[in-house]
Design a protein around this ligand. Structure first.
Ligand code: PHE
Length: 329
């Protein structure tokens, strides 16, 4: 009996020293302390001992079991502590995570550049909603219900009264209804058109509208302002031209083209904005006296301005949000 106890204890100590995770700890518990475990079985053997040997072995067994249990509990504690520190362990030799610094999107930068040129000329900035009424987007701007000019702009209609604005010109209407002349403001924002997507057009783009209403505003002032603007943005040597055009809300109307010369390619004229003298009908529609006041308006495509300024060839790049593209500006 004594030898058996010794053997089990030395086996136990050996197994104990091999335990290094919760699973092997549990295996150890089952092997020695469970109901059919090696230590528990010793007590079965004890029952069959002759009476006179019982006191001696009884004591030995109890002490042995108690010691084994204490060792087991101690190991359990150590193991839990180790796991805990493992979890909290910070490997200071790991390389750090790179934190990249974002930057303003090239379209926002272009809007800011353009705005600051006009702010320098005394224009303030005003914004309107992208969901507009048919009235502000078309009717008040002198597009009669069946006017073919409505077809110029492929509209996303919400219902028969509301739509996604197709240009920033409805913000002119909002401004003129809200404020008395003199009015001198630019109005940047997103506009939507249901066009086939290509390198040159996208269903969404940005415009900056300009409006100046006062007494005695002339077409010459409009021209002077826009030429000043083009030179500020593209440099003194920019090649531009005014072409007569048509918009329902301006009369006379013009479009401005800029000569576009991509490296290694053939140059061509690229339209950057529409403009004209505010049609007296529009002033009447918003309750401004068209006998007393005149004004000019213009609207430019921001993506177009950026394409030209940075020599980008595809408008879709502005909307893909490809980090490699955005990073360059
Ligand atoms: N709203 C016109 C367009 O989107 C541009 C424009 C604005 C023309 C103001 C004249 C005056 O094409």
């Amino acid at each position: 009996m004594e030898q058996k106890i010794k053997d089990i204890i030395s086996a136990f100590e050996k197994d104990l020293s091999d335990v290094d995770n919760p699973q092997s700890l549990e295996d150890l518990r089952i092997k020695y302390f469970s109901r059919n475990g090696l230590l528990s079985n010793l007590f079965e053997d004890f029952k069959n001992l002759p009476k006179e040997e019982k006191p001696k072995y009884g004591q030995l067994l109890n002490i042995t079991k108690k010691e084994a249990q204490e060792k087991f509990e101690q190991l359990k504690k150590n193991l839990a502590n180790n796991l805990d520190t493992q979890k909290r362990f910070v490997d200071l030799s790991l390389p750090g995570r790179e934190q990249t610094i974002g930057s303003e999107h090239i379209i926002s930068q272009t809007i800011d550049n353009i705005s600051s040129i006009f702010k320098g000329l005394g224009f303030s900035v005003y914004v309107g909603p992208e969901l507009e009424s048919d009235e502000n987007n078309f009717e008040s701007l002198n597009f009669p219900p069946d006017h073919p000019a409505r077809d110029m702009q492929d509209t996303f209609f919400i219902n028969d009264k509301f739509l996604l604005r197709t240009h920033t010109s409805p913000v002119q209407i909002r401004l003129m209804k809200e404020k008395k002349p003199p009015i001198r403001a630019i109005m940047p924002g997103k506009v939507y058109r249901n066009e086939a997507i290509s390198a040159k057009s996208y269903c969404l783009f940005h415009q900056i509208e300009g409006l100046y209403i006062d007494t005695d505003v002339t077409f010459a002032e409009l021209k002077g302002t826009l030429v000043y603007f083009a030179k500020k943005l593209y440099g003194q040597n920019v090649k531009y031209r005014f072409r007569s055009s048509f918009f329902p809300f301006t009369e006379p109307s013009a479009e401005v083209d800029i000569w576009w010369q991509p490296k290694g390619k053939e140059g061509r004229w690229l339209e950057i904005l529409g403009c004209g003298m505010v049609d007296p009908n529009v002033l009447d529609n918003v309750g401004i006296d068209s006998e007393k006041y005149t004004g000019y308006a213009f609207g430019m495509g921001v993506e177009r301005m950026a394409l030209l300024k940075y020599g980008i060839s595809d408008i879709r790049l502005f909307f893909d949000n490809d980090y490699r593209f955005l990073q360059q500006f």
